[in-house]
Ligand binder design. Structure first.
Ligand SMILES: [Zn+2]
Length: 225
């Protein structure tokens, strides 16, 4: 299985050649689930959150989904993956063993960061599919190969189960990478409302909302015509 060793900057580059793996034949099911992750990222965009989304799948069923909530929560750890993990834990009585992460596949639009890759390792995730690489913080090969090294030493104790959880996991990227990057570009063009020193003026009405409003204005006229 192909592993990502270098990728384009998730936030700033359209050069996705490095993260596309033409040798990978994505199945219809993989494409379907990544489209659902992209849908989550689109919801984040509407919410003016950094548009990264994910779904967790077990036995062909989505059992968790989420998108970045770092702006609304003012908590930099609220990444899409951890949002979804917390919801799944809540659905399983707070018991991670009942989620059975080893049977789960994660589909996430951008390569998990080092923090999230560490969490996924400790939870014992079965498999990760991601869209675009993350050259700044990627934890599945772009910066630190947590997916190969695991995160077992994080636990600092000898619990055999904890040692099993903390292993590496298979991770492969490039599934709908362009779409994932386009959403980030749309977000940054409109300006990040939570940036401490915005590089660009934050648009009050972002372009995607302007397009929606224009559509809504046009619709009544079309009805009248
Ligand atoms: Zn993360």
């Amino acid at each position: 299985m192909a592993h990502l060793t270098s990728g384009s900057s998730a936030a700033a580059s359209t050069d996705t050649a490095a993260v596309e793996h033409p040798e990978v034949q994505w199945t219809a099911e993989q494409q379907h689930f990544m489209q659902l992750a992209i849908q989550q990222a689109k919801e984040a965009l509407q919410d003016r959150e950094v548009p990264i989304g994910c779904v967790f799948v077990r036995d062909g069923q989505v059992i968790g989904s989420g998108y970045n909530m770092t702006n609304h929560s003012r908590n930099a750890t609220r990444h899409a993956e951890l949002e979804a993990v917390d919801k799944m834990l809540a659905d399983h009585g707070g018991d991670a063993s009942k989620v059975q992460f080893h049977r789960c596949q994660l589909y996430v639009t951008i390569e998990p960061c080092i923090m999230c890759a560490g969490a996924l390792s400790l939870l014992g995730i079965g498999q990760v599919f991601f869209g675009a690489g993350n050259d700044k913080f990627g934890g599945c090969g772009s910066i630190v190969p947590v997916h190969q090294q695991g995160c077992g030493s994080c636990t600092h104790h000898d619990d055999p189960q904890a040692a099993a959880h903390g292993a590496g996991f298979p991770a492969v990227g490039g599934l709908f990478a362009k779409e994932a990057i386009q959403l980030l570009q749309d977000f940054y063009i409109a300006g990040n409302p939570a940036a401490p020193k915005p590089h660009r003026k934050v648009m009050e009405v972002p372009p995607w909302q302007q397009a929606q409003e224009q559509q809504q204005r046009q619709q009544p006229m079309e009805r009248d015509a």
